[in-house]
Design a protein around this ligand. Structure first.
Ligand code: AMP
Length: 281
């Protein structure tokens, strides 16, 4: 597998005869959720660049950055079967931030004002800074992002429009484990007991969806909170129902509109986020 630590070197090795170059940005500690993006990118492009970079400017809690799981040897193992199609880009900080590690400021309007944007100040500016750098350095035709981070996906779509680099943003469905837990690198920080208990999140989403046509949003939130917080060490950070286009949380449902449920939960010290389409049966 071709591995580069500098985008300049990577560009020198890219053949100009590529029909299409895909990009899958990741922070490593790869799992089947990442692989679903990689497989889709391989199907749709001649070559695919996977970036592995734990971007410091998107972390608003220093301890979260320090504890972020890293396992580059296992990442190589996971990527090995696809090596013919992949180029691995593992930049050092200088390659992404030649002028020093600093986030740029963006205006994404309502997309960055609620949920993750509200509880993690600066997070989306950090995400947009690294994605802008990757887009400009790698120059892909298509870039792949998971609905696991739905708010991030909408922000990147907006960033793509602002930058106007002609990069197609491809959304990929959220992948769950068999018991419904959304796959995430941070799941490796959970104890077995916490991992088992965290399945209550998806279970409760499904219960809420069976009641969504009769319950108020307040009732849904209270129900979700009580179910989740019945588990030792679990604490709800937010439960929002929002329009997937503007990501503004609503307090009542308009029967003609579509919505998603967005949550963040602390399982002990590990923060989990998840989202699902609100279905009114
Ligand atoms: P991360 O390494 O967490 O920054 O994630 C890299 C990309 O993989 C992002 O676009 C995520 O949304 C996506 N991703 C992470 N987990 C999942 C999952 N369970 N299902 C689908 N996509 C995912």
């Amino acid at each position: 597998m071709l591995i580069f630590h500098s985008a300049e070197e990577l560009q020198k090795n890219l053949s100009s005869t590529f029909l299409s170059l895909g990009l899958v940005p990741t922070m490593g500690a790869l799992h089947l959720g990442h692989l679903s993006l990689i497989e889709k990118a391989i199907k749709e492009n001649t070559k695919v660049v996977i970036s592995i970079y734990v971007n410091p400017t998107q972390f608003n809690r220093p301890l979260d950055l320090k504890k972020y799981p890293k396992n580059i040897e296992k990442d190589f193992e996971i990527l090995r079967p696809f090596k013919k199609h992949l180029i691995l880009y593992i930049p050092d900080h200088k390659d992404i931030y030649p002028k020093g590690i600093q986030r740029k400021k963006y205006d994404f309007g309502s997309l960055s004002q609620h949920m993750e944007g509200k509880v993690r100040p600066g997070h989306f500016d950090g995400v947009a800074t690294v994605i802008e750098a990757l887009f400009k350095k790698i120059k892909p035709n298509k870039a792949y992002f998971g609905e696991k981070d739905f708010q991030q996906l909408q922000i990147i779509r907006s960033l793509g429009e602002k930058l106007n680099l002609g990069i197609e943003i491809i959304a990929c469905p959220l992948i769950r484990s068999n018991n419904g837990l959304a796959l995430s690198s941070r799941n490796s920080l959970l104890s077995n007991k916490q991992r088992e208990a965290a399945t209550i999140i998806y279970e409760t989403f499904n219960l809420i969806n069976t009641k969504a046509s009769v319950w108020s949003i307040k009732k849904m939130k209270l129900f979700f909170k009580s179910k989740v917080e019945a588990n030792e060490g679990f604490k709800l950070e937010y439960f929002c129902i929002a329009d997937p286009c503007d990501l503004i949380p609503v307090t009542y449902l308009d029967s003609k509109k579509n919505y998603r449920i967005f949550i963040a939960v602390f399982a002990g010290k590990t923060r989990l986020i998840d989202n699902v389409k609100l279905v009114r049966m």
